[in-house]
Design a protein around this ligand. Structure first.
Ligand SMILES: [Zn+2]
Length: 517
């Protein structure tokens, strides 16, 4: 159930404000003033996104980011460290440059996927081919020798580069419906054809590679103008590149019309062997209850098609800025305030799962975890995560945050625990009260999440500033709270899907030796 904080609830809280209201207000005032008048968000955002760049697990940039964070915290007087929790395949992205060289010359917009094997320095030049329609795997195997020495296009060409909202605004209803119907049919036929080959998204590129292809050309449109999702390559020897929709469509049509287009692809990268992976941890020690913890949480890694600005640069900025502000406005917290900048969330919450597994005494001492990881928007949803009494404490803390920041927040109590999605799930699984500060979308899913357009210019700094204030005040209130928070679990609802009662998720072990497939 979703409900707005009720008036009755607000009045109940008003009557329970403690006698320390004066001091409390002074700290909150100081938090708000520091956030608004001495904001470091723009500087931090520029240094992290523009200077260091994307933070793919196992890359030198990821390590640079961890070192940068430690240096920042130390410059603010907050002790910080990088904790190694595993190893990953080391890889460094080099130059990607893709040109059509036949039947005419045109530079194309695209990039190699993460972990793509390198081309020679001079690149590779070859003709493009498309997948045939086949009725079974035998027919596909018979066709396979055709890929020798060729670049293979493995994605369905999109019938339109206009997002649906654009069609909805301008198309006649009839042509919009027709386009959607034809696109659905095309998508279904494409899916069936891939199924007929007997291969999957993962095994198809490897099979083409083994058959002598010299490169894989894909296009993963994210259903907005100019956006593609950029994930990882599956090939072992030959490059895999992603082309933006417009160029991919043009090339596909040229192949179909018999023009035999050729590309010159330079996709340089370096394999760096096994490298250590880290979490960055910083702490302001508690003065009364150092073994109880308020944890600020945001994953630090990203995919690398953009610079990871909204996934999760902004969550990172919120937590760093909140820590900086707390150190100034509330330097002697009752409980320890710890921030975790987790590695390798994108491959399965690995950094936070490792932290939970390696630090049972900290997990035991958790007062509250606040995680932010769904974009740049101001926080508009908070769930109690299935903790039966979360309404009591979280509601009280939220009440101390200025109304202009909490006005739009819809709360759900007691809610249900997450089974993944972001790092708070790692803590919830271990029974520690952990909460997601969930953002307004700002077109996150189509336009920035894992895309080539997840960059600094998409950050909405006023919203991020509000989130830093919200997080700092929640951390302050959680630290000051008279009692340790209750971990009692709510009776979970019956699942609509299975018809059975939901069970509390259990902790899972991280991948500590990644990218070795
Ligand atoms: Zn994320």
């Amino acid at each position: 159930m979703i409900k707005k904080t009720s008036l009755l609830f607000t009045m109940l809280l008003l009557s329970s404000i403690s006698m320390l209201a004066q001091d409390k207000d002074a700290v909150i005032e100081a938090i708000i003033q520091e956030a608004n008048e001495n904001s470091q968000l723009e500087t931090l955002g520029h240094q992290l996104m523009d200077g260091i760049g994307p933070r793919l697990v196992g890359t030198p940039q990821m390590k640079n980011a961890h070192d940068w964070a430690v240096t920042k915290y130390e410059s603010w007087g907050i002790p910080a460290r990088n904790e190694q929790w595993g190893e990953w395949k080391g890889w460094e992205r080099g130059i990607s440059h893709i040109d059509m060289v036949h039947p005419r010359v045109q530079s194309l917009r695209g990039t190699q996927l993460a972990w793509s094997p390198s081309t020679p320095k001079k690149g590779v030049t070859a003709e493009l081919v498309i997948l045939p329609m086949v009725s079974d795997s035998l027919e596909f195997v018979n066709w396979l020798p055709n890929v020798k020495g060729k670049l293979v296009m493995i994605s369905m060409p999109q019938p339109t580069g206009r997002p649906d909202y654009n069609w909805e605004e301008f198309a006649t209803e009839k042509s919009f419906e027709k386009m959607k119907k034809e696109r659905d049919e095309q998508t279904e036929a494409w899916r069936e054809n891939i199924e007929n080959t007997g291969l999957s998204r993962r095994t198809l590129p490897v099979t083409l590679e083994k058959a002598g292809a010299v490169g894989i050309v894909a296009s993963y449109w994210s259903r907005g103008f100019g956006v593609n999702k950029i994930f990882g390559a599956y090939t072992k020897e030959i490059p895999t590149v992603d082309l933006e929709l417009e160029d991919y469509g043009m090339l596909y049509r040229l192949v179909e019309s018999g023009q035999k287009p050729q590309l010159h692809i330079v996709a340089e990268s370096k394999e760096l062997g096994k490298v250590p992976t880290f979490n960055t941890i910083a702490e302001i020690k508690g003065s009364e209850k150092p073994d109880e913890y308020v944890i600020l949480s945001a994953h630090f890694d990203s995919w690398d098609g953009g610079t990871g600005a909204t996934d999760n640069g902004t969550g990172t900025l919120v937590m760093m800025e909140a820590m900086r502000i707390l150190k100034k406005a509330y330097p002697n917290p009752k409980r320890t305030i710890l921030v975790g900048h987790w590695g390798s969330e994108e491959q399965g919450l690995n950094g936070s799962r490792a932290f939970v597994e390696d630090n049972p005494e900290i997990v035991e001492g958790v007062q509250a975890v606040f995680n932010q990881d769904n974009g740049t928007g101001r926080v508009v949803r908070i769930s109690g995560g299935g903790f039966l009494d979360s309404y009591d404490y979280l509601g009280k803390w939220l009440h101390e945050v200025p109304k202009e920041i909490t006005d739009e927040i819809e709360t759900t109590f007691p809610g249900t625990p997450a089974r993944g999605g972001s790092d708070y799930a790692s803590f919830q699984a271990a029974g520690a009260p952990a909460f997601s500060l969930s953002s307004l979308s700002w077109s996150y899913w189509n336009y920035t999440w894992h895309t080539n357009r997840d960059t600094y210019d998409k950050i909405i700094f006023d919203d991020v500033r509000n989130n830093a204030i919200l997080t700092a005040i929640l951390a302050y209130m959680a630290s000051e709270h008279p009692e340790k928070t209750s971990r009692e679990k709510a009776v979970l609802p019956i699942s609509n899907r299975t018809g059975e009662q939901l069970e509390w998720p259990t902790p899972r072990s991280p991948e500590r030796n990644g990218g070795q497939n």
